[in-house]
Design a protein around this ligand. Sequence first.
Ligand SMILES: *Cc1c(COP(=O)(O)O)cnc(C)c1O
Length: 355
Amino acid sequence: MVEALNITIKKVSKSNLPNIDFSNIIFGKVYSDHMFVADYVDGEWGNFCIVPYGKLTISPGTCALHYGQSVFEGLKAYKNEDSEVLVFRPYDNHRRMNLSAKRICMPEIPEEVFIGGLTELLKLDREWVPDVPGTSLYIRPFMFATDEYIGLKPSINYRFIIFTCPVGPYYSRPLKVKVEEHFVRAYPGGTGSAKVAGNYAGSLYPAKLAQEEGYDQLIWTDGFEHKYIEESGTMNLIFNIDDVLITPALDDTILHGITRDSVLTIARDRGMKVEERRISIDEIVEAIRKNTLKEAFGAGTAATIAHIKIINFEGIDYELPPVSIDFFSRKVFDILEKYRKGLLEDKFSWIVKIT
Ligand SMILES: *Cc1c(COP(=O)(O)O)cnc(C)c1O
């Protein structure tokens, strides 16, 4: 149990809920009524409040804007059949946020602030958690440096905010991806395994170039030889070769995805063979040629599972088998949805119910 926080609550005078068309929501553009805010001042977290979602006033000298001391998380909440709100693996997001924070000299967020703030926010905005199949409430916790100082050094003060967005059914169409052979997302010793803002800024230009060539995403490769697969966009990559699930082993160049871990846990639980190890592009191309590559997919909170239909490498488009209902990735998607909505016994202790 987490200790109760002393949170000041200022509610909206009128909810925006009646104005939302839940059957037609664009990801990340619709915000729930309230947000949780906390400030780190004089070495301590305080000023806990829940206020109407709204604009922040910051000075042009705010150091997060200049040097990127900013970390974020992404997780989801669902409703079960009794309309209770269930959050999927929030303690894992909390742990990861603190690892990200540490990597860029930011303070850790105590569990009672992260989980406690989230719980109170979801209690207040519970009506914003959609219950139509496939929908969920996306939760965005983030923290940034607030010192008004443009000398390069770690900020002394920080702000932590959680806001939420209802999201519609996210059916990702099968993706065309291109193996990146020039740009690098992460190096050993770098910040690749941290969810820090700068990583994403650096990925935009290479992704844009690939999009101009007609691809949806890049497959990032290792920074030394561009030979080993890392990940794609904001998803970890998983391959099914002859009914063995193969995914890059976790190191400091790969984001340690919670969806990835959930997929592997379910696979092992169902007796499937799982290998976490290095995978070269050559191995994948070889498996495509020999027809042993059954499926390739990305795993991440936003889409859960995104199938890959084309992998481009050295100018050649390699086509993967079309998605079929007996794909492991289809089954695991359904199973994950059932865990998230409380339709399967929570045997891995993934669910936190908001009461
Ligand atoms: C967030 C993220 C993922 C997926 O992590 P989940 O916890 O499954 O949402 C994978 N790769 C990158 C680079 C990410 O930022």
